[in-house]
Design a protein around this ligand. Sequence first.
Ligand code: UD1
Ligand code: UDP
Length: 384
Amino acid sequence: MGAIDGRGAPGSSNPSPTAGGRAVVHVVGARPNFIKAAPVIRALARRGIDQRLVHTGQHYDDRLSAVFFRDLALPEPDLNLGVGSGSHAVQTAALLVALERAFTELAPRLVVVYGDVNSSLAAALVAAKLHVPVAHVEAGLRSFDDTMPEEVNRRVTDLLSDLLFVTSPEGLTNLDRSGVPADRMHFVGNPMIDTLLANLDRFDATPVRSALGLPADFAVATLHRPSNVDDPARAGQTVAMLGGLAALVPVVLPLHPRGRSVLRAAGLDEIALDGRLHVVEPLGYLDFVSLMRGSRLVLTDSGGIQEETTILGVPCLTLRPNTERPITLTHGTNRLVEPAEVLPLARRILAGEVPRPSDPPPLWDGQAGERIAEIIDGWLRARI
Ligand code: UD1
Ligand code: UDP
């Protein structure tokens, strides 16, 4: 994208990123952002709209970042701000400083942010203070659980945004209740599902299954929410539950770095010793979705995975008391569970009692990126 070449190593920058300034600037930083941004960037490119891509560096491991650029053929970032990890205050402060510098240099016409991560909140805040309009992709989601850092990010980002792209109808209601004017909201469908549908024929569980030594019947688990992995007592309960699940069906757990130390301290590696729990590095997008597609069930606390299993038709047990994506409960295969419910429900799913989803959620049809691009295009033209 832009004039940039190179993978965008942390702290790197395009020698002349302002060339062609007044571009649409996308800000991405964490794993799910890359997957949501891909179809939007592609659809804007088809319309010939000048774009720049800023990677904040919130996620920096190859397995959480660069692998998605390779799998999804995303353009190289024009800037990588290299902000890295830290407490919320430390990370957000670093993001604010670095993004202010980047936007001052790039002079965007519009800043596009994705989802609910700290990078998105910071980009919206900096843009608003610089009087740069903000577009929020995946606006209007609410868990109504203020203990989730993402809920704070969602609320603030929505209130600062000029264009709010909504993935499911309840998002419109949530935004209305937050006082967002109706003319800012656009119900466009789900760009994460665009990426899923665009890659359907690339998902094949066989190679990754054989690389991991998994039999035909297996389950996939991912856990990274602070509420599940930060507290040692809760992590102990989670590890015991994973051991119980692995006794029913072999489980592959691509372990997010957030939970690594606490889950290991709670005995994860000992549970894995009998070979039925496969603890592996986070997987690339194609390998991971391939595995999900071939699995008997998914246990997760991820936001995006609740949506992907809905479309794949794979039973999903979400280890959370609430979800900002209730449409996956009504239109999908998702079910919210307490740790104690996992084993009885897994037994029933493995015995063949699988949820039969109705129609997919409205507009989860692979065209969300195109709808977003059309609206942004019209919005830009109206301002020339
Ligand atoms: C972030 C998002 C969360 C999202 C998740 C996607 C916020 C507040 N949270 O959570 O909403 O669901 O990304 O995966 O924005 N780390 C590494 N390597 C990396 C990145 C992080 O080892 O490349 C480790 C660091 O120890 C870091 C920890 O993971 O402190 C957490 O990273 P951070 O980006 O702060 O939050 P996530 O838990 O990844
Ligand atoms: N994902 C992946 N590899 C993994 C785990 C997840 O590619 O090992 C993908 C998953 O398919 C989904 C996205 O990452 O597209 C979800 O990201 P995550 O769970 O980190 O964040 P959340 O959606 O909870 O914000």
